[in-house]
Write a protein that binds this ligand. Structure first.
Ligand code: ATP
Ligand code: MN
Length: 534
């Protein structure tokens, strides 16, 4: 069937969404969306052929404006609080009607896509976008059905995305003019007032993070994944900026995905998505060749600086530090064809410790693994403002609290069971600072981090000697091929040992304070994984 005519033949925006008299561009090709974006003056083509756009006022997610409709599906199971804020079901219906009225009569972009690469878990999504480039983002990031699959497509979930719509908080029940609301009964992600594309992908991620564990006995994970020549899967958990995307793009291993995966009862690990969303601040071809080369026709750059010759300045952070590129996963050379792997052999927890305390690589006991997973530690460096040199510890359970609707211990228990069954090695990798805290020390060289991971994956650390960290109890290899031995124990990299010990104690205290709310759920094995703290 002619895809263009499918819209009028098999579904109607009015019947399905309540959007009236809209001109709907259905399933446009990436080339068409690129062209329309440029014609409308909403983007420019850069020298590599990629499309560059600005997402508007929002250049990152707005976690304080993310809600879940509280109804009979969610009321009992969701861990309500600051992260998962309840939204009234009637208020949702009213706001939804306002948004579709707003979209009525407009020129819109509609796309059918799906998530979950493992066919047993496949979930169809129909997206309605106000902007062509948002629709191209969905083409890049979600999985792409073929023509036969489009013939009988029925949407399991819908995304309605209206960046230019503005809510009225007093009337609509939102906090601000922008919002991202999940409705599990109506199976809708409603996003308005923000053009940040990541809201769409993380909206669907959050929906799956509720559905998969509660309905399909599958563990959703905020992690990247790749697979070696022997079929050995590795997964990399970590909060934003810790290296999931960077470290999973490894020419010697096939990429499964860079951000969102499920671990099934059938012992598979599958990508939810069909594309990557990489940070590009300070990107160079030399340090990250795979990502650099993926920025070609089809890719969308967000909020980057561009000169008069349409050349991208990756160092330009005048709009945001969070400059990004999205591209279909095939833009990476070495990709696992079905985006599905087997049970992982190695799990890496990535942290960017700006205090320079944690070792660059250490091996975790099962108790430590559970403790660090529930803690979800990384550090935030206090922006780029002059004079601010103090990093702030940041704890986000399961390395992804903003996207996890259930209580963290539910994910942690599933992970512990799966790790035990699969007999995986678990490693903690500090991609953050060495030789001192942020301001004094330096970020661990990417080259060394890559080498440590490569050696762990090849099993070369199973024969070396380890020493135990005094405070954190972590097991640090004393030697690692292709890495200078003096970076392996962080204390050795600090000139002032007393300063190191003091900083380590301070960080341990932050861990302890954060973990207090979880202590009642933790067994003695997990508590033994905590840092020692008097
Ligand atoms: P998000 O969840 O926001 O997508 P992410 O975990 O995928 O975040 P990356 O996009 O991989 O994070 O970002 C890591 C950034 O840190 C990159 O810009 C990378 O160049 C930089 N970096 C510097 N040193 C290292 C290191 N030793 N290991 C990993 N990344 C490093
Ligand atoms: Mn990433």
């Amino acid at each position: 069937m002619d895809l263009k005519s499918k819209l009028t033949k098999t579904f109607s925006l009015e019947k399905e969404f309540g959007i009236k008299n809209a001109v709907a561009h259905y399933q446009l090709s990436p080339e068409e969306l690129h062209k329309i974006t440029v014609e409308k003056g909403q983007g420019v083509e850069v020298d590599s052929g990629a499309l560059a756009i600005n997402t508007g006022k929002f250049t990152g997610r707005a976690p304080n404006d993310r809600f879940i409709v509280k109804d009979e599906i969610t009321a009992e199971d969701v861990w309500w609080g600051k992260v998962n804020m309840p939204f009234d079901s009637d208020k949702f219906d009213a706001l939804y009607n306002k948004v579709v009225n707003y979209l009525s009569g407009k020129e819109l972009y509609v796309r059918d896509a799906y998530v979950c690469a493992d066919q047993n878990y496949r979930t169809n999504i129909r997206v309605v976008n106000e902007y062509p480039w948002s629709n191209l983002f969905c083409y890049n990031m979600f999985l792409r059905p073929n023509e036969a699959e489009l013939e009988n497509f029925t949407a399991d979930w819908k995304i309605v995305n209206a960046p230019d719509f503005q809510a009225v908080p007093e009337v609509d029940g939102t906090r601000s003019k922008n919002f991202a609301i999940l409705n599990f009964k109506r199976k809708i992600a409603l996003i308005g007032g923000t053009g940040y594309t990541g809201e769409m992908k993380k909206g669907i991620f959050s929906a799956l993070n509720f559905i998969l564990p509660t309905q399909k006995n599958t563990l959703p994970m905020h992690c990247s994944a790749n697979v070696g020549e022997e079929g050995d899967t590795a997964i990399f958990f970590g909060l934003s900026g810790t290296g999931k995307t960077t470290l999973s793009a490894d020419p010697s291993r096939k990429l499964i995905g860079d951000d969102e995966h499920g671990w099934t009862k059938e012992n598979t690990v599958f990508n939810f998505e069909g594309g990557c969303y990489a940070k590009v601040i300070d990107l160079t071809e030399e340090s990250e060749p795979d990502i650099f080369r993926a920025i070609k026709k089809g890719a969308i750059l967000e909020n980057v600086g561009i000169d008069e010759n349409a050349k991208v300045d990756f160092e330009d952070d005048s709009i945001t530090q969070n400059t990004r590129v999205s591209y279909p996963i095939e833009h990476i050379d070495n990709v696992q064809p079905d985006l599905v792997g087997e049970n992982p052999k190695n799990i890496f927890f990535l942290t960017a410790d700006a205090f320079g305390v944690l070792p660059p690589i250490s091996k975790l006991t099962p108790g430590q693994a559970a403790y660090h997973f529930i803690s979800g530690y990384t550090a935030k460096v206090a922006g780029t403002e002059a004079g601010i040199n103090e990093p702030v510890p940041s704890f986000s359970a399961c390395f992804g609290a903003p996207f996890m609707p259930l209580h963290p211990t539910r994910y942690a228990e599933m992970l512990s069971d799966k790790m035990r069954e699969a007999g995986v090695n678990v490693w903690l990798i500090n991609t953050g600072w060495t030789g001192g805290p942020y301001g004094t020390g330096n970020r661990m060289k990417l080259k060394y981090t890559r080498a440590m991971i490569a050696e762990a994956l090849q099993g070369n650390l199973s024969t070396v000697e380890f020493e135990e960290h005094e405070i954190f109890g972590l097991h640090m290899p004393k030697t690692c091929p292709n890495v200078p031995a003096d970076v392996l124990n962080p204390r050795n990299t600090w000139k002032d040992k007393d300063a190191y010990d003091a900083k380590a104690k301070q960080l341990a205290k932050s861990f302890k304070d954060n973990f207090e709310k979880f202590e009642e759920y933790a067994n003695p094995e997990i508590m033994a994984g905590a840092p020692k703290f008097e």
